[in-house]
Design a protein around this ligand. Structure first.
Ligand code: DGJ
Length: 741
């Protein structure tokens, strides 16, 4: 059993993996949060809720001046009747008031996990993988029912929460804030870890102490964004990869979000997750229901590493869907950094020929193949071949590549329209805009109004034709600007504040239809790199182009930050040219290869011009990657050294049965006369003896055999460690393979 209800104390106890979550109905009406943390053995908390009379905290029950909603931990707080903290829910009512009083009504416990209508969410394959609790709260006057949904997974320390609001009354209710989860932590001292960033600098790891005022992270950009990822964690001070208590919050949504904490006067910390109320409102008519997306609440008492591995497993197996969930991905070549917009069929086939000789398996034709797109100023929306560049069409190109043993993939940016396009000339009102106000351009383009079903259908139609026009096996779905002038001619004036969320629902609809129609196509999501690297997109597309920054050292930071929550199999990572196009850095080909092997390996450079040294290396890299690919994509990740020290970085993957592993070390800056350094491995079986082989190239000295090949028990490798060879020069790297003897 994962969920208990105790009639006497009116407590719900959810057990998920190693965590417990306890909710109590107080006075038959109020939903109190009692506990979230290490799994409790006893199904109920014996000690009652203690309340005391506090000045300036009003009492909703006139007979009890010790009880105020302002001073107790709550499950789904509403503003206006004695709780002054940031609420989970706010609405504007037909009489202009905004007081809502949600009282406990009833509950249901059942096996499995229901689908969320039109929204991405984690799922179960068998009913016995999880149990779900639904609690109905009711505002009697309005006849408004708010259903809180909690799913406890048996084998993950993660609880999924979502919320539905049903208007069973007579009047419209304007929803202004419907968060997906709020969680009050009674007291304690925490740091807040989150992943801020920018284009080409996504998901930097930032840790701040939780102070005495609200600390909120949000997106107002219409997409989950490069700037903040929809994730944060409350971590105990001194948390490391292996130790510390962590409460993690992830939001399965790709649009504007609000997350963060609101600490109160008594040291209670309110954590929250939901659609950003900024610019949002939803007109809920009688008989209608609104669904708020899923929030995931994770718990770890063993540091960041175990939190990451738990989310990795959940995302990999019960968020991502489709054929590619359990499949290794082809090693690809993408022509973007090799050619940008300037190519013709011969160039592409040439590139393909060289790539194929290196063992590369799939060719991705990036931007510039359609309309008359010689630069980024035109043609988005016209998904038809540019016959100037590809006179024989896609079929012929695909055939030419197939003859070289390469599968074929293509880039699209379906949510956008260029003012210089046939689509825009025909339908100037199909983009997001507000009346006659000027339409701000981003990368010279406008955002299509995906809140409209006619736009969704027209784009679906174009994409269906495209994907049927040739054997396309991979699609890179890009999105290169954020939303401005968010308005739609399709919706009346009192529904304009719905457009941002309706856009995301429309996008999800298109993705659902397309992925259903083309189940054997591998979809990669992209938004100028990792601008929409969120669990919502992963539900439809199993991998994401992690960043437009392809520099190996820049990627260390980005991939480490990303790996806090997202599994390696979800990351696209490419080897690119030097000097690197984004930062100008020159790094060895081996380092570029080993860093890109932290995800789905690809190449994004003109492989025709490789030196013979680099060509040999790439050849070896592809073979080596194929030999460790399952380990990287399906194994457990251990971050051994974080690049934040600016000195080095190291990580490893361990197979599920602990019989195989691969560890990688990257030196960022070389030191003169460095100390002898050892790398402590993790995740191995202490009593298995492993054969360890060091892989390192281009050293200026020869390595003794007893460093190149070691046989040692997991115990020794994790505690005594492995000698790191002396790597002369900045940005050098090496790796070790481990196999049980
Ligand atoms: C942004 C992507 O992140 C790049 O990889 C590339 O596809 C360009 N767009 C093409 O315009």
């Amino acid at each position: 059993m994962a969920i208990y209800f105790d009639e006497v104390t009116q407590q719900f106890h959810l057990q998920a993996g190693q965590t417990s979550y306890v909710i109590q109905v107080h006075k038959g009406a109020y939903l109190i949060h009692r506990y979230f943390g290490r799994r409790l053995l006893n199904p109920k908390i014996e000690q009652p809720l203690i309340t005391v009379d506090r000045a300036f905290s009003p009492n909703p029950d006139p007979l009890d001046d010790t009880f105020s909603l302002d001073t107790v931990p709550l499950e789904y707080p509403v503003f206006g009747s004695s709780d002054f903290r940031l609420p989970a829910f706010e609405a504007e009512l037909h009489d202009g008031s905004s007081i809502v009083d949600l009282r406990y009504k009833t509950y249901r416990i059942f096996s499995g996990k229901p689908k969320l209508d039109g929204l991405p969410a984690t799922y179960v394959e068998h009913e016995n993988e999880a149990q779900t609790l639904e609690i109905d709260l009711l505002d009697e006057t309005l006849q408004l029912t708010v259903t809180l949904r909690y799913t406890a997974f048996l084998s993950h320390s993660i609880i999924a929460r979502s919320v539905s609001v049903a208007n069973c009354g007579q009047h419209d209710v304007k929803l202004k804030r419907v968060l997906s989860a709020v969680c009050d932590f009674p007291n304690g001292s925490y740091n807040m870890l989150h992943l801020p960033g920018a284009h080409a600098r996504e998901r930097e790891v930032s840790v701040l102490p939780v102070g005495r005022m609200a600390q909120l992270l949000e997106s107002r950009r219409g997409a989950s964004s490069h700037q903040q990822n929809p994730f944060f964690a409350l971590v105990s001070p001194n948390t490391t990869e292996d130790s510390g208590e962590i409460f993690a919050f992830s939001f399965v949504y790709s649009g504007n979000f609000l997350m963060g904490v609101d600490p109160d006067q008594y040291g209670m910390i309110r954590a929250m997750v939901g659609i950003n109320p900024f610019g949002f409102a939803w007109q809920l008519k009688p008989g209608e229901t609104f669904h708020a997306p899923e929030a995931l609440l994770g718990y770890s008492q063993q540091g960041l590493g175990s939190m990451s591995r738990d989310f990795h497993r959940l995302f990999r197996t019960r968020l991502v869907r489709g054929t590619f969930r359990d499949q290794v991905r082809p090693v690809l070549i993408n022509n973007w950094e090799a050619t940008y917009f300037t190519f013709d069929q011969e160039t592409l086939l040439d590139l393909g020929r060289s790539a194929s000789k290196l063992g590369i398996e799939l060719f991705v034709l990036d931007d510039g193949w359609f309309g008359h797109r010689d630069n980024d100023r035109s043609s988005l929306g016209d998904w038809k071949i540019d016959f100037r560049k590809l006179p024989e069409g896609l079929q012929s190109l695909e055939k030419g590549l197939r003859d070289q043993n390469l599968k074929f993939g293509i880039w699209v940016e379906p949510e956008m329209v260029s003012p210089d396009s046939d689509l825009y000339r025909e339908h100037p009102d199909w983009c997001l805009h507000v009346g006659d106000r000027s339409r701000s351009l981003g990368r010279h383009q406008l955002v299509l109004d995906f809140s409209r079903s006619d736009v969704q259908e027209a784009i679906l139609d174009q994409l269906t034709h495209l994907l049927q026009s040739a054997p396309i096996q991979y699609v890179k779905w890009d999105m290169n600007r954020h939303m401005t002038e968010v308005g739609s001619v399709a919706w009346p004036k009192d529904q304009q504040s719905e457009v941002g969320h309706r856009y995301i629902l429309g996008l999800y609809h298109v993705l659902e239809e397309l992925t259903k129609q083309f189940p054997s196509v591998l979809f990669e999501s992209c938004s100028g790199g990792g601008g929409r690297f969120d669990p919502g997109m992963l539900y439809y597309m199993p991998q994401v182009w992690t960043s437009d920054n392809t520099d190996a050292i820049g990627r260390l930071f980005i991939q480490f930050g990303t790996s806090l929550l997202y599994p390696s199999i979800s990351m696209g990572a490419h080897v690119s040219a030097v000097p690197n196009h984004q930062v100008g850095r020159i790094t060895p080909i081996d380092t570029r290869g080993l860093v890109a092997m932290m995800g789905n390996l690809g190449y994004e450079l003109d492989v025709r011009n490789l030196s013979s040294h680099d060509r040999d290396r790439v050849n070896e890299q592809v073979l080596f990657y194929k030999s460790i690919q399952r380990l990287v994509l399906f194994g457990d990740l251990y971050r051994l050294r974080h690049p934040n020290t600016q000195k080095d970085a190291a990580w490893m993957y361990v197979g599920v049965d602990q019989r195989e592993a691969i560890a990688t070390y990257v030196q960022i800056l070389a030191q003169g006369n460095p100390p002898m350094d050892r790398l402590m491995l993790r995740g191995l079986d202490p009593i298995i003896q492993y054969e360890v082989s060091l892989i390192v190239h281009d050293l200026q000295y020869s390595i003794p055999e007893n460093v190149l090949h070691v046989a040692a028990f997991g115990d020794e490798l994790m505690n005594v460690g492995l000698v790191i060879p002396y790597l002369l020069g900045d940005f050098r790297a090496c790796a070790w393979t481990l196999k049980a003897r």
